[in-house]
Design a protein. Structure first.
Length: 369
């Protein structure tokens, strides 16, 4: 993307004036060849000529150069996909240098910077060097902090705050996360219910339905981010653990999460397996790992956000997201992560002699190929 679009502006303004390249060249005291190069993007006018050019066309210098240090949503989405693919196929340091160049070039394009920082955090697992991982985490944290301080978009600053707190956890600094999030939970004030009521009162019933459906979907995904963590915390109380798992699986079946959003469901099975191991119920742990493996080795790729027969109004909302329905990592990285979380997880080493576990790990390794 070209940020300085002076060539296009010169062509348009010159044609509006009805003058030739020769006439403009004579006025500016340069050759026709110079004007031609300006208009074809082969070169730019000398900085000292910009005020004179702008005055001639009765526009500001900003309007003349049409400087756009911002990326459109579709451009951000395309760039993110490309960088995600690069992280899966190229040396990490090489891709990071590309990211740093983009951050410098688009210093104030906060939607883009938010996604670049998120991209860095989502690929930390590719690093085996703990010092390098800590350095990249700090680099991302500093980026999120700057976005939070300088951006005026409340939605973006909230996301940056969340990611900054996440970096604190990744760095082993929970106190920073607690400080950033104030250690408290504010009452949920979902805008969907108010929006839906407003749409309904103005006779826009279909829009009201769409807003509520998006709200249900988002809160369902959030619920399946909470449940695995809560399940793990309850592992010391078998009765509560079993009840949390039962209710979670009922909700998952009710909303057909295996097909709607398998990416959030698999976390539940991993937490369940780890909890059962802590309780020394190895057979139940293997059952959970078997269910996990059945999902991650099935035809769920490429993973992306989508609706279904029930959530049939999500397309418009998904298109508005910076990444659309895409997930933060590419398919190759996701498949490897799905395998590593079981195969290389010390929590499951107690199962290494079990034939069922060996079969599970073999299937997961094969799924990466």
């Amino acid at each position: 993307m070209k940020e300085i679009n002076i060539a296009k502006v010169l062509i348009n303004k010159r044609k509006e004036r009805g003058i030739t390249q020769d006439e403009l060249a004579n006025y500016m005291g340069v050759s026709k060849a110079s004007v031609s190069k300006w208009e074809t993007g082969q070169s730019y006018p000398d900085i000292a000529l910009l005020p004179q050019l702008a005055a001639y066309f009765n526009i500001s210098v900003d309007e003349l150069i049409d400087y756009k240090p911002q990326m459109a949503k579709e451009e951000i989405r395309k760039l993110y996909r490309s960088l995600s693919d690069d992280f899966a196929s190229k040396p990490f340091d090489c891709v990071m240098e590309t990211c740093r160049g983009i951050i410098k070039k688009y210093h104030s394009c906060f939607p883009l910077l938010l996604q670049i920082g998120t991209l860095m955090v989502n690929h930390l697992e590719l690093l085996k060097d703990s010092q390098k991982s800590a350095s990249v985490t700090e680099e991302a944290r500093s980026l999120f902090a700057r976005i939070k301080e300088e951006c005026e978009d409340v939605s973006i600053t909230r996301q940056a705050l969340y990611m900054e707190a996440l970096c604190g956890l990744v760095s082993g600094d929970p106190n920073t996360a607690l400080s950033l999030l104030d250690g408290t939970i504010a009452p949920a004030l979902p805008p969907e219910s108010i929006l839906a009521s407003a749409y309904q009162m103005t006779g826009r019933t279909e829009e009201a339905k769409s807003v509520l459906q998006v709200g249900i979907f988002q809160n369902l995904v959030v619920l399946f981010n909470f449940l695995p963590a809560y399940l793990m915390l309850c592992a010391d109380d078998p009765c509560t653990f079993e009840e949390v798992l039962r209710r979670s699986l009922v909700v998952a079946e009710t909303f057909d999460m295996r097909h709607l959003h398998p990416g959030v469901l698999v976390g539940l099975y991993i937490s369940a397996a780890q909890g059962f191991i802590a309780q020394k119920h190895h057979d139940k742990a293997l059952e959970m790992l078997q269910k996990y493996t059945e999902i991650v080795t099935s035809d769920i790729y490429p993973l992306c956000l989508h609706g279904d027969a029930f959530f049939d109004r999500l397309d418009g909302w998904l298109d508005q997201l910076d990444l659309g329905g895409d997930l933060p990592r590419d398919e190759k990285t996701i498949r490897k992560s799905m395998s590593d979380v079981i195969v290389n997880n010390p929590a499951f080493s107690v199962l290494s002699d079990e034939q069922r576990f060996q079969s599970i790990t073999e299937k997961l390794r094969h799924n990466c190929e």
